[in-house]
Write a protein that binds this ligand. Sequence first.
Ligand code: PEP
Ligand code: MN
Length: 347
Amino acid sequence: MIISMKMHATRQEIDEVRDQVAHFGYKVHSIEGEERVVIGVVGVGDVTACLESVESMPQVEKVVRISAPYKFVSKQFKPGRTRIRINGVEIGGDEFIVMAGPCSVESEKQIMEAAEGVAKAGAKMLRGGAFKPRTSPYDFQGMEEDGLKLLQKAKAATGLGIVTEVMSDRDVDLIAQYADVMQVGARNMQNFMLLKALGKCGKPVLLKRGLSGTIKELLMSAEYIVAHGNPNVILCERGIRTFETETRNTCDIAAIPALNELTHLPVMLDPSHATGKRSLVPAVSRAGVAIGADGIIVEVHPHPEKAISDGAQSLDLATFEKMMRELKPYIALWESSRKLDAVAATA
Ligand code: PEP
Ligand code: MN
């Protein structure tokens, strides 16, 4: 059950509601927005008595019963779309957002070339890992803080917001000083300590689906971040592990409309990790636009043959530019369908 307080309810009025909920023996998670406080109530058993009691309190605007195990992120809680403003761009809004850049930050020359190239081709944010989750302990682990500093330089040169991965709750404060979006990698989708820390980080989070994470588990992980205080979560389908070996992962394209039915959060597609092969990235990106993703996050490297990680799935700058040009008519259709959705929502 979710309780929306009236606008500008006082601290005392909020505390009265919390006390009333506690009286019925339920747990409270509250999100304090600038104008409105929203209180999530979680507990076992029938909440009817508690719901009726709270509903009659004058400072309460609305109480909604939510049957899904994820509450704040569910469509039942908020029927529309969540729009997240980051560094002058909006995710989940009227624009299809392309984030692009190398798998890893490798050098100043590499990241500056990548940033300038992707910005010129129309990307709205720069991706690049400074802390890298690698299958082998002997592989390059990332440039860490030096890499974050290079991302900051690339942002200063191009104006692009930065998306970069955080692997541990211990690194959240450091990375939040440089990142516009904190990326949670597939391998950390259920790192609950990290998710809880990101609830308090004050920056939007891009939460990638785990290699064997179900859609419901992905939503429960998003719920962790929101329940701990951060409503700005972007979900990302990046392929799941199946018996198929021709592609690096199996792109679960249907996850995108499925998520759009279940949650108000923005949903992006990563066609690079979903396929593992650069030749497949443009077609899968088109599929992402057509199926209604809010954007894509694509690996692009100025010299993919020299990339320290994920070269095989990285586009070079010319191919990225060509892909962006070829996506244009699809994006135009995407934009008209968003407009129709907006009209339908107000009808
Ligand atoms: C990445 O974005 O480079 C990455 C490691 O992705 P994933 O966590 O989806 O494997
Ligand atoms: Mn990668």
